[in-house]
Design a protein. Structure first.
Length: 202
């Protein structure tokens, strides 16, 4: 999840200094689920009022804030892009974004990519904000992400995690019924090598 797709470079503008890109090697595990569970995971006692809702046409600033709160520690870079490109990605008709709130505060979010051509829904991003971890809420949100993904009746729902993600991610996905079907090694940019050029342009 959150891997950065690199594009061919362009000529360097006059006066610009290129920043060397540090690459990190990581192992990606792809998992799948082919049938929906029977019931959603209940909210743990004492967790407060928990709601999971679809955020249609989410503002770019809110998306970026959630993305970076969850992803910076894990080198997520795929959504660090221009306003135009980000708007095109997250406001696409086949992208659905859901937010989990606890007592009215943003606690986590997930993003679905509906791949109609292959009858598949991919959970592209999934993350709990740091201050809400360790409360059992990841189980609550993942359960609802699975049900939302199966609402379009795909043949399978898929998700990926890598060794840069939270160490509990793989076990969490497997506990909910996802099964690994592929493993691959990739190189992804360290987040600072992507953020520094963006800061230089701001």
């Amino acid at each position: 999840m959150g891997l950065f797709h690199r594009h061919p470079g362009r000529d360097r503008p006059p006066g610009k200094v290129l920043i060397a890109m540090r690459l990190i090697r990581t192992r990606v595990t792809s998992l799948e689920m082919k049938s929906r569970p029977d019931a959603v995971v209940p909210v743990p006692p004492g967790a407060g009022t928990v709601a999971v809702f679809e955020a249609k046409t989410m503002a770019l600033a809110e998306y970026r804030a959630l993305y970076r709160r969850v992803g910076e520690a894990h080198h997520w870079t795929s959504r660090l892009m221009s306003d135009e490109r980000l708007r095109r990605e997250i406001h696409d008709r086949d992208t659905r974004i859901f937010v989990m709130s606890v007592e009215g505060r943003r606690a986590g979010w997930f993003e679905l990519d509906i791949r109609r051509q292959v009858d598949e829904v991919r959970i592209v991003h999934f993350g709990i904000l740091p201050e809400f971890r360790g409360l059992g809420l990841a189980h609550v949100m993942l359960s609802r992400a699975i049900f939302a993904a199966f609402s379009t009746r795909p043949k399978r729902v898929t998700i990926e995690t890598n060794t840069l993600d939270h160490p509990a991610a793989l076990a969490l996905y497997q506990k909910h019924g996802f099964r690994p079907y592929a493993v691959r090694d990739v190189e992804t940019p360290a987040i600072e090598t992507v953020l520094e050029p963006l800061r230089a342009l701001s």
